[in-house]
Design a protein around this ligand. Structure first.
Ligand code: KIV
Length: 268
C-alpha cells in the first residue's frame, strides 16, 4: 500500500524551491474533500465562496464563522489526513487582533484545520503577525478581493497600472515578512503575478493570475461545471455536472412516473 506523506507548511515552501507546482482546490463538504484528497490535490481550501457556491448567498459577505466552521468540520471528516485551510469570513478578523485570534483558533481547535486564510496585504499585517505568533499558519490573499466588493465597486482585476503593481508588490512582501506561509493571487495579469512570484520566497497560488504562480487554486463548482449561467473567465470546466445531474434527475422523474423504476431488482 502506498502511504501518502502528510503535507505541512514547510512542504509548500519546499515545493516552490523545487519548482513543483502546488495543486489546490476549494471543497465544501466530506465527499468533495475525500475525492480531492484521493485525486492527489495538495491543499484543500474551504473557501468563503461556500457562501455563493453552496449556501445560496449572492456573494461572500453574509457568511458567518459558524457556517464556515460547519463545512470545515465536514471536510476534515471526509479527508482526515489532508492539508485543509479554513477561509475566515468577512468581519471575522477585521475588528481587532484579539477577535481575529479567537476566531482563527476555532478553525484549528474545533474544525481541525491546518491553517486559515484571510484577505488583504499591508492592511492585514498586524493580524497575520498576531496569528502566526500564536502558532496559527496563515495563507494570505491579495489582488481581487471578493470581501472588498462594496468598497471597490465590484470584482476588479488588480495590478493594471504601475501604481497598482507597486501596491501589490508591497502587499506580497508585507505578507511574507508578517509570516504568511503562502498567498493566493487572485485576478492579477499574468506578467504581474510572475513578478510577484519572483519577489517572494513563499509560494504564490493563483486564480485568474496566469501560469507563472507556484500553484493554482480553482473553485470546485467551476471546474466541475456545477453552475448554470455565469462561467468565470479564469475557470476551466473539467466536467459538466450540471448537465449530468439534470439528465439523471429528468430520467428519474420519467421512470417513476412511467413505472419503469423501481423493478424487482430494487425490491425486497
Ligand atoms: O473562497 C474562495 O473560493 C477563495 C478562492 C477564490 C481562492 O478564496
Amino acid at each position: 500500500m502506498i502511504t501518502k506523506k502528510k503535507k505541512t507548511v514547510s512542504s509548500f515552501r519546499k515545493m516552490k524551491q523545487n519548482g513543483e507546482k502546488i495543486v489546490a482546490v476549494t471543497v465544501y463538504d466530506a465527499p468533495t474533500a475525500r475525492l480531492a484528497d484521493a485525486a492527489g490535490v495538495d491543499l484543500l481550501l474551504v473557501g468563503d465562496s461556500l457562501a455563493n457556491t453552496v449556501l445560496g448567498y449572492e456573494n461572500t459577505l453574509p457568511l458567518t464563522v459558524e457556517e464556515s466552521l460547519h463545512h470545515c468540520k465536514a471536510a476534515r471528516r471526509g479527508a482526515p489526513d489532508a492539508f485543509i485551510v479554513g477561509d475566515m469570513p468577512f468581519m471575522s478578523y477585521q475588528v481587532s487582533c484579539a477577535e481575529a485570534l479567537n476566531n482563527a483558533g476555532r478553525y484549528i481547535k474545533e474544525a481541525g484545520c491546518n491553517a486559515v486564510k484571510l484577505e488583504g496585504g499591508t492592511y492585514a499585517v498586524a493580524v497575520v503577525e498576531r496569528l502566526v505568533a500564536a502558532g496559527i499558519p496563515v495563507m494570505g490573499h491579495i489582488g481581487l478581493l471578493p470581501q472588498q466588493i462594496l468598497a471597490a465597486g465590484g470584482y476588479k482585476i488588480a495590478g493594471k497600472t504601475p501604481e497598482g503593481i507597486e501596491l501589490l508588490l508591497a502587499d506580497a512582501r508585507a505578507l511574507e515578512k508578517a509570516g504568511a506561509f503562502c498567498m493566493v493571487l487572485e485576478g492579477i495579469p499574468a506578467e504581474v503575478s510572475k513578478q510577484l512570484t519572483t519577489a517572494v520566497n513563499i509560494p504564490t497560488i493563483g486564480i485568474g493570475a496566469g501560469p507563472h504562480c507556484d500553484g493554482q487554486v480553482q473553485v470546485m463548482n467551476d471546474l466541475l461545471g456545477l453552475f448554470s449561467d455565469f462561467v468565470p473567465k479564469h475557470a476551466k470546466r473539467y466536467a459538466n455536472l450540471t448537465e449530468t445531474v439534470s439528465d439523471a434527475l429528468t430520467r428519474y422523474c420519467r421512470e417513476i412516473r412511467s413505472g419503469e423504476f423501481p423493478t424487482e431488482e430494487h425490491s425486497f
